[in-house]
Design a protein around this ligand. Structure first.
Ligand code: UDP
Ligand code: MG
Length: 308
């Protein structure tokens, strides 16, 4: 039987580690390894994993030197996975291990990539549900690659897909987008996400916003195009207005006209700032890519040799 690699990024999930290991062991009968990526946890997450891995050599850990974020932690796990089938899941039991057998089933049926779909998000916070929905609406209206809402970072795929993902050298990683961009034969399974068992969500509103911007600028140039079109439209209007104003001036019909002036200035100023801001986002992305810094650094590992 092929080796299965289960990659779980964890950031301060000390109470969930043992539970998730037990649940996975109940579900998976094949040969597997669990790679925890400790994303700079400040609680005892690493020690709980270490304890677990002494008892069970299939439990491995890559501990990053600080918090690098969920997406980069996933990347660290994928670079070090040895399996033929790879599963990505969260460490807070919101991604039910009971779905794993059907995910593996789909891979064995010939699918390269299995996405999962969160049927109902019982995460509690209404704000999060609404901002999440807005986030995907926004991204899909401006991005060239469609990104399905509610598609979780809970996925299974084979080596072929993993190798393709590892070819991406982007620093500003937006995995959800990349997984839909790469193609391959894929299917989607759905699940109900239970509420978080222990600990708190690490995706604050600010982090969601940053992810949204990353998703925007890493998938196409539509936002820049919108800024350009808006700028063109306003310039043409302003030109027409100028002709009208000149004619009125020579006819001697001019009035103080403070209102139109101020509206014109504000409109133009606003769109210019908008366009500059957008360009700034792209330049910032370029800057990050050009610096070519590593997206994560490994501090120590347990039961696994880190890649070079
Ligand atoms: N996570 C991480 N690094 C971070 C934030 C989160 O490794 O900077 C992990 C976290 O421990 C969890 C998964 O990513 O296993 C998903 O995070 P969370 O449950 O907080 O997100 P939510 O389900 O609320 O969207
Ligand atoms: Mg969660």
């Amino acid at each position: 039987m092929d080796l299965l690699s289960i990659i779980i990024p964890v950031y301060n999930e000390e109470d969930n580690i043992q539970l998730i290991c037990e649940q996975i062991d109940l579900q998976v009968k094949d040969n597997y390894e669990i790679i925890f990526v400790d994303d700079g946890s400040t609680d005892s997450t690493f020690y709980v994993i270490e304890e677990q891995s002494v008892r069970d050599h299939r439990v491995k850990c890559i501990s990053l030197s600080r918090n690098f974020g969920h997406q980069n932690a996933l990347m660290a796990g994928m670079k070090n996975a040895a399996g033929e089938i790879i599963i990505l899941m969260d460490g807070d039991l919101q991604h039910p291990p009971s779905l794993i057998p059907s995910m593996i089933g789909s891979i064995n049926d010939g699918f390269d990539l299995v996405h999962t779909f969160r049927r109902k998000n019982k995460n509690g916070s209404a704000i999060k549900t609404i901002t999440g929905r807005l986030f995907y609406k926004f991204i899909n209206s401006i991005s060239d690659t469609r990104i399905e809402p509610n598609v979780a970072d809970f996925k299974a795929f084979n080596r072929k897909v993993l190798n393709s993902i590892l070819k991406f050298k982007e620093k500003e990683l937006f995995l959800r987008g990349i997984f839909s961009w790469i193609g391959f034969k894929s299917t989607t399974l759905s699940f109900n996400a239970p509420p978080r068992l222990h600990g708190q969500t690490k995706y604050s509103f600010g982090k969601m916003m940053r992810l949204a911007l990353k998703g925007t600028t890493s998938f196409g140039f539509k936002p820049l195009r919108i800024a350009l079109l808006l700028g063109m439209f306003i310039s043409i209007t302003a030109f027409a207005f100028a002709v009208f104003a000149l004619v009125a001036y020579f006819k001697g019909e001019t009035v103080p006209g403070w209102a139109s002036l101020i509206i014109g200035i504000m409109l133009l100023g606003g769109t210019q700032l908008l366009a500059i801001g957008l360009i700034g986002e792209y330049i910032a992305s370029l800057f990050i890519e050009v610096k070519d810094r590593p997206v994560y650094l490994i501090d120590k590992t347990v039961n696994i040799e880190p890649e070079h």
